[in-house]
Design a binder for this molecule. Structure first.
Ligand code: M6R
Length: 609
């Protein structure tokens, strides 16, 4: 996955491209590059490393021109290097391409092109595209792109320029996100809306198999067969400032502190005024259809998968419907049993994760209904699912997901309760009790955030270690998986999460003097057993950091350090207990001097399988 941007108008295109790429760096930051029409023709500048490297190259020798394309890369084919950076050109240097996605049959195409005398300068799959377009070009860049993409298999969002037609910018999409910004005398392409929001709020969202031809004066949308498409402009009404750091040192910290608001916004009008019912008109299923659901599959990746593990417990406890949670990249390949009575819930912050999208399509192909829990309105997942519960977390920029996870949990609580009230599997009084507890969560999160300094202290100590373990039982275990992922991804400390009772079946061998073990113990009915497991670790020299409920008498006696969270219903504790784990990861990464918002090797949105 990568970020692409393009501009045609009367401004200095280099500036517009760099601004856009800054907004897209969350999609990848191994290298960056731009191609601009200058008085010398199509000129390309690219640089391995962060965008700042490219900026300093351009600072020394700016590219003057009003049409250009740009790219920020997350390497798939070929290591990060100047040569592998986009834009890529053909042998004649007359065609230039930026690409987000993967061309699956690139090796065969490359072989064929080489046999015909083409010389390749990179190890990327993308370079074949510029060569293919050059081969197909017979005086019309639109037709050449149409012909070239028909030979390609895989995912692509492309921006294409040719020196032969310096007043046209062509964009095309298949299975990778692409939007077109429409301005006054200028037009834009971008992988995501923030890339162009400084210039226009009117956009077209391209669908798979569609292309756009941009000139200064207008935008034409076409099918790959060349038929015109008529589409309403989408007006973006959210503010870019909400995507800025707002005084915090890092986006991640800002996003952690935004969680009380994100909880409130996601619950919003979905709880009836009398606090007794969940109102979810976005679930497009009749009562009969809901009553026919015989099983639920939850499918997602990474942090969203961890939210799905909590979602399984929520739905099973509230409704009795059997739920399986799958990692999206595995789902299709395990031949899951999907019937028309299966409800598939896909969870995705970005709504663009390729594996999740593929699982969604597979589920629909097998006749299942798909409900999406996603944070991005207009994303591919949101557009293709049968129903969508939007998590109103606002833009999440840090690669490490925080507020998206917790609002996904809120989505599961609301949906679980909605099912329970429709299926009458819970008494109305109990539903009202859970809803009341849900509404207290934002204030309880605020109380946890006020104690962030305590976690900072624990994190600075933890940051001196190379290994760390998390243990928990039941729903706590699901949360420890998320805590462990967060710590690994930004602090680079090796950590593992285990069900507390499983430790003695092998992993206990790794516990040595002073190894930090974070024990999550928020479930009253499991506390005694967890305490036994804590004792097993203490006996081997482990250093226990306990996270439990305020007012617990036993846990403080068993641990070396304690962090308490406000009391809530057992089922709701994940929405609180994960907050100290997010802070732990943040402060540990900070103590190690890491780039918190842009951890190495990762990207925010993984749009390749
Ligand atoms: O956009 P998505 O929710 O579909 O993304 C899924 C994962 O790539 C994502 O949650 C990833 O694991 C995060 N970096 C974790 O913090």
């Amino acid at each position: 996955m990568c970020g692409i941007v393009g501009y045609i108008g009367n401004r200095n295109s280099q500036e517009v491209l760099i601004e856009g790429l800054k907004k897209l760096e969350y999609r990848g930051y191994d290298s960056a590059g731009v191609a601009v029409f200058t008085k010398n023709g199509l000129e390309v500048k690219k640089s391995v490393g962060r965008l700042a490297n490219l900026e300093s190259k351009l600072g020394d020798a700016p590219l003057e021109g009003t049409i250009g394309i740009g790219h920020t890369r997350w390497a798939t084919h070929g290591k990060p290097s100047d040569a592998n950076s986009h834009p890529h050109t053909d042998s004649s240097l007359k065609f230039s391409v930026v690409h987000n996605g993967i061309i699956e049959n690139y090796a065969t195409l490359k072989e064929e092109l080489i046999a015909n005398g083409h010389v390749f300068l990179s190890d990327t799959d993308t370079e074949v595209i510029s060569h293919l377009i050059a081969v197909e070009y017979q005086g019309d860049i639109v037709k050449a792109v149409q012909k070239a993409v028909k030979r390609m298999r895989g995912a692509y969002a492309l921006g294409v320029l040719t020196e032969h037609e310096p007043d046209r910018l062509v964009a095309v999409r298949n299975a990778s996100p692409l939007i077109i910004g429409v301005g006054d005398g200028e037009n834009f392409i971008g992988s995501d809306i923030p890339a162009i929001l400084n210039y226009t709020r009117d956009v077209y969202i391209l669908n798979d198999g569609e292309m756009a031809v941009l000139t200064r004066d207008g935008v034409e949308l076409l099918t790959l067969e060349g038929n015109f498409i008529s589409r309403e402009l989408f007006h973006v009404d959210w503010d870019l400032v909400t995507a800025e750091k707002a005084g915090f040192d890092h986006f991640m910290l800002k996003e952690i502190y935004e969680q009380p608001k994100a909880y409130r916004d996601t619950m919003g009008a979905r709880i009836s005024e009398d606090g007794k019912r969940v109102v979810l008109p976005e679930v497009k299923m009749t009562e009969d259809e809901i009553k026919r659901i015989s099983r639920i599959h939850i499918v997602a990746c990474g942090t969203a998968y961890h939210a799905g593990l909590v979602g399984k417990t929520i739905i099973e406890r509230l409704t009795g419907i059997p739920v399986e949670t799958d990692v999206a990249s595995e789902y299709r390949y395990r031949s899951p049993i999907i019937t028309p009575d299966t409800l598939v819930i896909v969870v995705s912050q970005s709504g663009e994760t390729a594996d999740t999208l593929a699982a969604l399509r597979e589920a629909q192909r097998c006749g299942a209904r798909v409900l999406a829990i996603t944070n991005v309105v207009g994303s591919s997942v949101a557009r293709e699912a049968n129903s969508v519960i939007t998590t109103w977390a606002g833009p999440e920029i840090a690669v490490a997901s925080t507020k998206a996870y917790t609002t996904q949990l809120i989505g599961f609580y609301l949906f679980g309760l909605f099912l329970a009230q429709t299926l009458e599997t819970q008494k109305p009084e109990y539903i009202a009790e859970v809803l009341s507890a849900l509404q207290q969560l934002p204030t309880q999160v605020e109380a946890i955030l006020e104690k962030a300094e305590d976690i900072k202290d624990i994190a600075e100590q933890a940051a001196t270690h190379e290994d760390l373990f998390f243990i928990g039982r039941g729903i706590d275990y699901a949360v420890t998986l998320e805590g462990s992922l967060k710590l690994k991804e930004i602090s680079y400390i090796h950590s593992e999460a285990y069900p507390s009772g499983e430790l003695k079946h092998g992993t206990l061998a790794l516990i040595e003097d002073g190894i930090p073990v974070i024990a999550l113990a928020t479930q009253d009915e499991l506390l005694e057993k967890t305490v036994s497991n804590i004792k097993e670790v203490v006996a081997r020299g482990g250093y226990i950091i306990g996270i439990g409920n305020e007012g617990d008498a036993e846990l403080p006696r068993q641990v070396d350090r304690l962090f308490s969270i406000p009391r809530t219903l057992g089922l709701l504790t994940p929405a609180l207990s994960v907050i100290p784990l997010q802070l732990l990861a943040y402060y540990a990464a900070l103590a190690r001097g890491n780039d918190v918002d842009k951890p190495r090797n990762l990207a925010k949105s993984v749009t390749v399988e």
